[in-house]
Design a protein. Structure first.
Length: 329
């Protein structure tokens, strides 16, 4: 397949006829925009890649980066979860690059770029091989760590592929943080007002799935109170009513505490994964190990099961955790 075939195969779906009609002004404009984006992206990538490449050359003490000795699979966007094992004759370089981090200049200072363990190893393994994968670094804003042929790949050196692992902090999700504050705020209020109620430290920054369901149960109890009538005498009940309405509208309504908790958990996970690694469509989270054992979890959001999401997620110290193996394995 030549360059033009690859181009039209990748972008033909964007055009109404399945191909760019140069006589159609809208098609011509779209084609121009696509080419412009590709050119600008390629220029940016070359600037960024030079940093990675130079670090690799320095670490290996070579003028030309050696290719990995083997081919490794990558199914592309929307593919299945898969595993690879770095072959013995590639493992030495894989491990030498494991903890490398390129530097960036910031005025008179030099700082380490936010590159995690295993990221440079994975970059080299696929980009410098016959695997037919072009690897680019994603260093802008909420970009995933790498792009494999344009598909986002977030790289995590968890040390294990199972159990709940940290996705990252969700402080940027202001809407979700506000909804959680209402849910757990009402939960805390009811507990304080009920004599003998055993208090448990649960808040938007530290909770498990079952804590969320219990808090939603308290919120639904408050929904059964005549808040409108009470608000005529006490302004605080008007505020509570408005906050409950915010939760309902944000989650699209819910029929019971479990349904509400599931909707909240799914929203948190989806909002986080849509940015990393699914910024440009379904991507992967690559769980990598120093011994070369790697598992690429295909982040297909439709796989988020209703009930299981409460068991598979949690929040600790404002960081969202997810069991990728049970969710996407």
């Amino acid at each position: 397949m030549d360059v033009l075939d690859k181009f039209f195969t990748k972008y033909s779906y964007k055009f109404p006829k399945g191909y760019p009609d140069v006589k159609d002004p809208k098609d011509k404009k779209m084609l121009f925009n696509i080419v412009t984006e590709l050119v600008e992206s390629k220029q940016l990538i070359k600037e960024q890649s030079s940093d990675y490449d130079e670090v690799i050359k320095k670490a290996l003490n070579v003028d030309e980066i050696p290719k990995s000795k083997n081919k490794y699979p990558f199914p592309g966007s929307g593919g299945s979860t898969f595993s690879i094992q770095v072959k013995p004759d590639d493992l030495d370089i894989w491990q030498k690059l494991w903890a490398l981090k390129p530097k960036k200049k910031t005025g008179d200072k030099t700082e380490t770029l936010g590159v995690g363990k295993g990221e440079m190893s994975l970059y080299w393994l696929y980009n410098y091989s016959d695997s037919e994968v072009n690897v680019e670094e994603g260093r802008e804003g909420d970009d995933p760590d790498l792009f494999f042929n344009g598909v986002g790949v977030e790289v995590k050196a968890y040390g294990k592929h199972t159990g709940k692992n940290k996705i990252g902090r969700f402080g940027a999700d202001k809407e979700n943080l506000k909804i959680l504050s209402v849910i757990f705020g009402i939960d805390a209020l009811i507990k304080v007002l009920q004599p003998g109620e055993k208090l448990k430290t649960v808040n938007p920054t530290n909770f498990a799935g079952d804590d969320l369901e219990l808090a939603m149960n308290q919120l639904m109890k408050m929904m059964g109170v005549d808040l409108e009538g009470l608000s005529n005498r006490f302004e605080i009940f008007k505020t509570i009513s408005n906050n409950i309405n915010l939760v309902q509208s944000s989650l699209g309504g819910f029929s019971d505490p479990e349904d509400g908790a599931i909707s909240m958990a799914k929203k948190m996970v989806e909002d986080k994964l849509k940015r990393k690694p699914n910024k440009k469509g379904p991507g992967y989270l690559a769980s990598v190990k120093l011994d070369g054992d790697c598992k690429f979890f295909s982040i297909l959001l439709e796989k988020l099961e209703d009930k299981e999401i409460l068991d598979n997620m949690s929040v600790t110290q404002s960081a969202l955790n997810l069991d990728f193996n049970k969710t996407f394995g």
